[in-house]
Design a protein around this ligand. Structure first.
Ligand code: PEP
Ligand code: MG
Length: 883
């Protein structure tokens, strides 16, 4: 088996840029070399090797050694240098590269191949003693951190002390002799911390680095990232070994990162940062503040240090040419790493750039208009889940702001929350339901879980391409980075900005679009839904087959949903209307009444309120279907809590408090989710459903008369398990309908259908369809009852189920296609066999989940129903499912 694929110098082992095999980085190095771009020669060890390495318990197959040796020989022959050569050594970089880029997750080693002898050769060959020793100390430092896993703080400290002793502030002030002394110190540190001297054999160095890359695939932070991003654990990573090129060989050398378009806004302008006389990691690590790539960006920011366009116009023009070639070739915005070695440009990486939702949208729409991609490709390019970022409010421009400072606008969106200073606290407080802003000097991969838990991220250090910025953009978290005037005291948990002092728990607002940091909470406004968003949604609507409705029960939510493009209401949960403070007492009175008469008295108070609710919803949804579900409460949710509430209900019902408490105790259930809820309530207290049906029909006639347009009520019975239950409930609805129609001398069309949310209902769907005119899959309860996992208690253990691979994803978030999905398929088949035109939809939370929507498309449902803010996500996901 071939495990090693070479690239560069005109050699191509036919990896064909296959990301699954070569990883993202390796595939694109191969791809760039193949189209003749300047790529330092190298080779990629495949992801298959990584998987096999783990399967075989951490050993390599015999054949790998020869293949790697062959790879090194290839680099030697292209560069004319030899690995380990004491007079002019070949140095290589070793980097990881999974199929999908995992920023900051995996490890990189640069300058590999240096030892006490070759450093002399490098000095002689480059004629630059300082460069050689600087490279060697960097190598020892990185290798010790990444491969030997020694405490990197000790190395940083040694460097700080060395600078202090000499009275320097910058690394650039260190001389060759200073670096040489530091190397000696570093080697001492390695011996002390590792118990063995720093490896001098370049082949040992190489194999150590290869194993470290493979090992980092199983590092905790990599696992967390995979879990958060649903990346399978068995993909593995590739290893890329490549000839080093040096951006730190004086002032004609540089290194940088760039995007072919602005990854924050999507603007069609090159965007990036570079540093003269620096090596790779300096730019992303935020050690020196990088300079702008283009003159325009520099001028906009009012920055002084020259942009690359101004400082190195020739090389910049060459780079710009490469940008154009890469965008045309990959037909997407590219995220690029490059190095200039003594005036010569080298490409070290290209990949599709991570971007904010706003940028994704703009870039997709722009590229379709530029003719680079089709409208359908544009639809496919935008991650539906990322739209979430665009649909949420931004800071009210008119609201007063107590601006403390300004940093870089690293990831757009506004967030307010309590200040926390570490990732664990962020996670803990988020679990308690607090909105938090994670404030760090800079973030590292260890902070991922806290960044995820936070509403927003603020850092004191780091540029637009720093770890914090890249990860926050990927997660859709607002982020302000590099706010230099912050002084963070982690020990005493205070944040100082000028003369202001904020403590942990104080409220802070950040605006990731402007970089502003404000004290207190700032009010927000609704987002703009026209422009690129509207354009892309229009293209999505052209290709989608599934209709998209909303789960909504207030006129406001219905309006939001309609504005977002909902084509009706798929689920109006009437019990939510009963929670209203003004009517909860009457609801409690009804529930606690122990006679039908008592219940009817309370219901009479509720009827006008319900009628009014429905009339308002019908008005907002004029001309569109509205599915109203009759009452489905776990009763306990409505019981009074505490003395005052009991007294209030007792007074309204005209009964004693003690009697009421006795009744409440009678209603106590051990397992309310499987208790007296859904249509079981209608079976035992038919007068409740009678009242609701009456409210619906009276409202419908009212709206028909007022607006001239008749609404289309679809009355839905919850938690049905048998045909008989549905028959009884439908009889109530039909009887009330004819009563109301006779009273009013007018009629409306309506349907009566059922939720399918119990396994028995799915199995008996053929019979149930004899009565029901539509089905709506209630996948929340269907998941709960099929798997037998309480939807209210699952949170405590489901993450472990996902971590251990028992479920690929939380089945309450994304449909368990194999299990729950099978019941749905069966119900669809049996339901349609009985009633061929039966209307089929889904209204569980899954109706807004892109993967579940793809399943609904496959199953040929008629519509999905999602909460209002997820309606656009559902429209886009439905379109992608249809492509
Ligand atoms: C469901 O069970 O999927 C559903 C939509 O109903 P609820 O969440 O109200 O139980
Ligand atoms: Mg339900």
């Amino acid at each position: 088996t071939r495990y090693v694929y070479r690239f560069g110098g005109g050699v191509d082992d036919g990896g064909k840029g296959d990301k699954n095999l070569l990883g993202g980085k390796g595939a694109n190095l191969d791809g760039m070399a193949a189209i003749g771009l300047p790529v330092p020669p190298g080779f990629t060890i495949t992801t298959e090797m990584c998987t096999r390495y783990y399967q075989d318990g951490g050993v390599y197959p015999e054949s790998l050694r020869a293949q790697v040796a062959n790879g090194i020989a290839h680099i030697e022959s292209v560069t004319g240098k030899r690995f380990g050569d004491a007079s002019d050594p070949l140095l290589v970089s070793v980097r990881s590269g999974a199929r999908i880029s995992m920023p900051g997750m995996m490890d990189t080693v640069l300058n590999l191949g240096l030892n006490d002898e070759t450093v002399q050769g490098l000095a002689a060959a480059s004629g630059d003693e300082r460069f050689a020793w600087d490279s060697y100390r960097r190598f020892i430092q990185m290798y010790s951190d990444v491969v030997l896993e020694l405490d990197h703080g000790a190395f940083e400290e040694a460097l700080e002390i060395a600078k202090e002793d000499q009275g320097y502030t910058l690394d650039t002030e260190m001389s060759a002799e200073d670096w040489k002394a530091l190397v000696a110190e570093y080697k001492g540190l390695v011996s002390k911390l590792w118990g063995k001297p720093f490896p001098q054999d370049v082949h040992d160095q190489l194999w150590g680095a290869i194993s470290a890359v493979f090992g980092s695939w199983q590092a905790d932070r990599a696992k967390v990232y995979r879990r958060l991003n649903a990346i399978p654990h068995d993909w593995g990573t590739a290893v890329n070994v490549q000839a080093m090129v040096f951006g730190n060989m004086g002032d004609t050398s540089a290194t940088g990162v760039a995007f072919t378009r602005d990854p924050a806004t999507g603007e069609n302008a090159y965007y990036g940062e570079y540093l003269i006389n620096a090596q790779g990691e300096d730019v992303v690590a935020g050690i020196r503040t990088p300079q702008y790539l283009t003159k325009q960006a520099r001028e906009r920011a009012g920055a002084k240090p020259l942009s690359m366009e101004e400082a190195m116009p020739g090389t910049y023009a060459e780079l710009a040419r490469v940008f154009e070639i890469l965008e045309k070739h990959y037909r997407d915005m590219q995220d690029i790493e490059f190095t200039v070695q003594q005036g010569k440009l080298w490409m070290l990486q290209t990949r599709s750039g991570k971007r904010t939702a706003k940028a994704a949208l703009k870039i997709a729409v722009d590229m379709a208009r530029e003719g680079l991609i089709s409208e359908e490709e544009a639809v496919a390019r935008v991650d539906p889940a990322a739209l979430d970022q665009l649909l949420h409010p931004t800071l009210d421009p008119k609201a007063p702001r107590d601006v403390l400072t300004k940093g870089l606008p690293a990831s757009p969106g506004a967030a307010s929350g309590a200040i926390v200073f570490d990732a664990d606290t962020a996670e803990r407080r988020n679990e308690l339901g607090d909105a938090v802003i994670l404030v760090r000097v800079e973030t590292s991969p260890e902070d991922i879980h806290g960044m995820h838990a936070a509403k927003g991220i603020l850092t004191a250090r780091g540029g637009m391409t720093s770890h914090a910025a890249v990860v926050a953009r990927g997660m859709g978290r607002p982020c302000v980075s590099g706010a230099g005037s912050l002084s963070i005291d982690n020990a005493s948990k205070v944040l100082r900005i000028g003369s202001r002092e904020l403590k942990e728990g104080d409220i802070l607002t950040i605006d990731g679009a402007t970089g502003e940091v404000m004290a207190g909470e700032v009010p927000t406004v609704q987002p703009e839904l026209a422009g690129d968003f509207g354009t892309l949604m229009g293209w999505a609507d052209k290709v989608r087959r599934l209709k998209v409705r909303a789960n909504a029960e207030t006129p406001l939510d219905c309006q939001t949903a309609r504005d977002f493009g909902a084509e009706g209401v798929g689920l109006c949960r009437t019990e939510h209307m009963f929670f209203d403070a003004a009517r909860i007492t009457a609801v409690r009175e009804m529930i606690l009444a122990d006679t039908e008469k008592g219940r009817r008295a309370a219901l009479d108070k509720l009827l006008p309120e319900q009628r009014d609710d429905f009339a308002q919803i019908f008005m907002v949804m004029a001309g569109l279907p509205v599915t109203i579900r009759l009452l489905d409460p776990p009763l306990h949710e409505f019981l009074p809590h505490g003395e005052a509430e009991f007294e209030e209900v007792a007074k309204a019902a005209g009964v004693g408090v003690d009697a009421l408490k006795r009744r409440a105790a009678e209603l106590h259930e051990f397992n309310p989710m499987l208790g007296h809820r859904g249509c079981r309530l209608g079976v035992t207290y038919p007068e409740i459903y009678e009242m609701q049906a009456r409210a619906i029909f009276e409202a419908a006639l009212l709206v028909k008369q007022r607006s001239g347009e008749a609404p289309i009520p679809e009355i839905m019975i919850p938690l049905v398990a048998t045909k008989k239950e549905l028959e009884l409930m439908k009889a109530i609805v039909d009887r009330v309908a004819s009563e109301v129609f006779v009273e009013q001398g007018a009629t409306v069309d309506y349907l009566v259908g059922t939720m399918i949310e119990l396994p028995r209902a799915a199995l008996k769907a053929g019979e149930i369809a004899e009565v029901g005119e539509f089905f709506s899959f209630g996948t929340n309860d269907l998941t709960q009852t099929t798997i037998g996992i309480s939807r209210d208690d699952a949170g405590r253990f489901l993450t472990q189920y996902v971590d251990k691979g028992i479920f690929a994803r939380d089945p309450f978030v994304s449909i368990d296609v194999e299990g729950v999905g099978q019941l749905i398929e069966l119900a669809v088949e049996r339901g349609r066999a009985t009633r061929s035109g039966i209307k089929l939809g889904i209204c569980g939370e899954h109706g807004g989940d892109p993967a579940s929507i793809a399943f609904c498309e496959q199953t040929n449902l008629d519509y999905v129903s999602a909460s209002p803010y997820r309606v656009p996500i559902a429209r886009l996901a439905a379109a992608q499912a249809a492509l």
